[in-house]
Every structure is written in structure tokens, then in C-alpha cells.
Design a protein around this ligand. Sequence first.
Ligand SMILES: Cc1ncc(COP(=O)(O)O)c(C=O)c1O
Length: 370
Amino acid sequence: MFKNLEIPAHLIPKDPRFGVGPSLIPQAFVEKLAQSKNYLGTSHRKDNVVKLVRELQLGLKKYFNLPEGYEVVIGNGGATLFWEIMGLSLVSQGSSHFVCGEFSEKAYKAHANIPWIKAVREDVAFGESIKPFHKEGFDLTCCVLNETSTGVMNTYLPERKEGHLLCVDATSGAGQIKADFKKIDVYYFSPQKVFASEGGTYIAIMSPQAIEQAMKVSSQADRFIPIALNLKTAIEISRLHQTYNTPCLSSLFYLNEQVKLMNNLGEEEVIKEAQEKAAILYDWASEKKYLSHFVKEVSARSISVATIDVDDKYPMSELAQRLRELEIAFDIEAYRRLGRNQLRIALFHNVSKDDLKKLTQIVSYAIENC
Ligand SMILES: Cc1ncc(COP(=O)(O)O)c(C=O)c1O
């Protein structure tokens, strides 16, 4: 149906990258990195890199206006490895998971796989939001701020409860969906989403209680924790503005550039822009009869990742393929395992409003002229 589609020149976006991760890295960051002579290819234990990591940690503290005592821990392996680290390093009795999509389910599976801790799950149907709560007998409560696979944001977080830590996977919402740090003990993310970096790194913002728990678990004689997966190791080395093993220097560089860029605006303004982008997509979905909202609950529609169902008559995989061939839009298809005729589009900070408007016009043009 869309195999021979051509797009009028005035609808072509400035940047074709609409994917939810790895996401658009501004060309200016790449050029700045290419021009720097004292960073790439230098030691991560020496001044130039250490200074940048320190600046990055301070930049994140400023951006999130972190409460006193919270620390920014950095390590290799991304959010996926961090699930394992949490299971090995933070759980005394058990972890309780609130599953609303692929990623929150993967976090559960990582913990269910560790023989010496208990892991339980509460589920909702994919496309619905979930309200986490602290469960008796489980000291870690794990949830996701933005379920990248479904485009659901979970803004409700439970109040603090003695003996429980709240761990929030903020990977695709961090920076753009507000969260109350006073309720959160571990706010972790991979930076290849809103923060416009590359995969392979995790950032874990930790409360004093979470740090204390990591120290306690690591001192338990009956616990085996591989050194590289021990959060205590990561906390201590992050205090020196380093990572335990060699990091990807370009990732840290891009992330720091994006944090500076977002700090120039401040979190409130970044969120306001995200809301405006979301309105472009969701108003369009409400207006066109061949589109419908996958997320029915209005307040759970993500302002970071938009998912919009399309009438089965118009195969979106084919349209996405054609737009990819034309290099007009990349990575707009649904999460692969959701199996829906759907568009999934990043509303991340670097994706411009103008380009998002053009993308909606392109899809409408394709459908209405096929
Ligand atoms: C919400 C969420 N959690 C975790 C991950 C895993 O991140 P990584 O692939 O960097 O390990 C992703 C990746 O897209 C994600 O969207």
C-alpha cells in the first residue's frame, strides 16, 4: 500500500530520528566531541574525564533539585544490568514489582531469577497504568516511571514506609516526567532517551537510605555479590567521579552536554515543552477517524513516548519501512512484542515540535492518499 509512496518536500522533517532509543543526539554534540583533543582517547582516571563526570553529577543534582544526601552513581551496563545490581545489592528479603509492560516485566524476571531472594509481581494489562504500593515482607518496591513499550506514564508513587525502598526505572521518562524524589530511593535510567546519549551506561540517583542498604547487604557474610555487580563498589568509585571499569567516554560526554542544555531551560520548562509535543500527537489521534489512543486513561498518556493505534487497513510496518527507505522518518513502529498496528514516537526534548507536526502530516498524507 505504501511501497511507492513519495512525500511532498514541504512535509519533510529536518531530522528523521523519532525513535524512542537510542534517540536523537544533536549534531553539535558530535562535532564538539570530534573537535576536543583532550577527552576521547584519554584516561578515565585523569583530570579531564574526572572533571567532566563531576560536572555531570552536579548538573544532574541541579536539574532534579535533589534532596540533601542523594548521590549520583554511575556505572556500565545500562538499566538492564542495573536490574541485576539491584537484585543482588539492595534486597534483603524480597522485591515486589509493578508490571505494566515489557520493561517492568523484565525487571521482575531479573529478580525472580536470583535464587536467594523472593520476587512477586502485580500486573495490569499492557496499555494501563499501575499504582505501586509497599508490600509487607518485601523490602524493595520496583516500578517504572514511563513504560517505553506501551507509552504509559505512572506518575503516582507511594508515600515512604519504614523498611521499604522505592526503586523507579526512569529510563524513558527521566528529565521529562516529574517525580517526587522525596518518595524515591533509587531513580535509575539509561541515558539514550530524553538525555540524548548512547546506551551502555546507567545512572542511579540514590537516597541515603538506599546507600545504607547497599552497604548493609554487601557486608552480609552469607551473600555472594560479584564485585562488578556490587552497588557498594559503584557508590564508592562514583564519589571519586569515576566508574569501576572503563566507561564509554562519548556517552558521558553527550550526556553531560544534554544535561547542560536542559539545565539552561530548567526542568519546568522542559516538561512544559514535552506537554506541548504530547498535545500535538494526542490531539491528532483524537481528530482522525483512522487513529485511536492505545492508552485510554488520559492522565496516563506519556509526555515522553506516544503510542497511537492505527486502523488495521493501513499497515504501519509498511509505512514505517517506506519512510525509513526514504530517510524521512526512522523507528516509528510499535514495540515489537506488542504486535499492534501502532505508531510509537519519541516526544524527547531534542525532537522538535515542528518535526513532530510534520510527521503527523506525513502519516495522514500517506493514509489519506493511498
Ligand atoms: C523503561 C526501560 N527500562 C529499561 C530499559 C533497558 O535499557 P538498556 O537497554 O539501556 O539496558 C529500557 C530500554 O529501552 C527501557 O525503556
